[in-house]
Design a protein around this ligand. Structure first.
Ligand code: DGY
Length: 323
């Protein structure tokens, strides 16, 4: 069977796939162009894709033998899952494994932003550190502050566990209440508006869907405290970036830390890049050696199971196999 892998992933995963089938890998540093993928798709049985690949209906139509798409990510907003299901193509993803790693990084962004770590580093390297200063680079305390979690899935809950260690008051909003987690972690459920109004830190943990596109826009920033900090480790389009720029520039909110942007990479002339109160890193929240390796083996397991005509261990659309 023939499989196409759209980027070099950790060897552990590639080896598993190579043992099972005939593999071609795109070895470029940048994502392969869509037209190239269309061409490659013609005679493949399986595709191991990344979140940077657009996997849509025309691509699936160009791949008549395709029976499994294994996404090397927990998010799968890059794949038209409905189109895959209609064509009997099973889709797999990598949930769970990156939860703790992303939660660690969310806290890293929260702490770095609150305590101005990156600004401090830039200050020293620019040769500006002349003496200890009573008002030099004052930040905001994390301990005792209120954290608002927008989305209480696996990652949101893991961030809550960490935030408890910092004695934070934790609010959350989600489409469903989690009374078990409220009891276990002392979380407080609120409506979205109350959460925005009361939180010192607002951290986004929702998937990108039609409902969450630009969930954070002008009106929402308008409800936040002027001292509040926004953290986004979910997906770039959950935040209306123009509205964020205006909120940060005008002091409507204090600062933001973004692991994800819209588009990715962020355009070099995006005005957000000119702001000192906006920390932007290149979608690296899951980037630990152990997690990225485990993601590779999970993606390989999903792919191989799909090629065998089985439901992968981590399916997105198990109903596809019934078609
Ligand atoms: C995912 O897996 O969806 C993450 O965004 C990758 O870091």
């Amino acid at each position: 069977m023939k499989v196409y892998v759209t980027r070099l992933i950790p060897e552990e995963g590639l080896d598993m796939v190579r043992r099972y089938c005939d593999v071609e890998v795109w070895e470029g540093e940048l994502p392969l162009p869509y037209e190239v993928l269309l061409e490659k798709a013609r005679d493949i049985d399986g595709l191991l894709s990344l979140l940077t690949d657009r996997i849509d209906a025309p691509l699936m139509d160009a791949a008549p033998k395709l029976r499994v798409i294994s996404n090397y990510a927990v998010g799968y907003d890059n794949i038209d899952v409905t189109a895959a299901t209609q064509r009997g193509i099973i889709v797999g993803h990598t949930p769970g494994v990156l939860t703790e790693t992303v939660a660690d990084f969310t806290m890293a962004l929260l702490l770095a932003t609150a305590r101005r770590v990156v600004e401090g580093e830039r200050f020293v390297k620019a040769g500006k550190w002349k003496t200890w200063g009573p008002t030099l680079l004052l930040g905001r305390d994390v301990h005792g502050a209120t954290l608002g979690l927008v989305g209480l899935g696996r990652i949101g809950a893991s961030v809550a566990r960490r935030a408890r260690g910092f004695a934070m008051r934790i609010l959350y909003h989600d489409i469903a209440r989690r009374e078990d987690l409220e009891r276990e972690l002392g979380l407080i459920y609120t409506d979205f508006e109350t959460l925005l109004g009361e939180s010192d830190f607002v951290s986004l943990h929702v998937p990108l869907t039609e409902d969450t596109h630009h969930l954070m826009s002008k009106d929402q920033f308008g409800l936040m405290k002027p001292t509040a900090i926004l953290i986004n480790t979910s997906r770039g389009p959950v935040v209306d970036q123009q509205a964020l720029y205006e909120a940060l520039k005008s002091g409507r909110i204090a600062s933001a830390a973004m692991d994800v942007t819209d588009p990715e990479p962020i355009a070099p002339d995006d005005p957000l890049l000119s702001l000192d109160n906006c920390l932007i890193v290149p979608h690296m929240a899951s980037a630990s050696i152990a997690t990225r390796t485990k993601m590779a083996t999970m993606a390989a397991e999903n792919l191989i199971a799909g090629l065998r005509g089985e439901i992968p261990p981590h399916p997105v659309n198990p109903e596809a196999l019934r078609r």
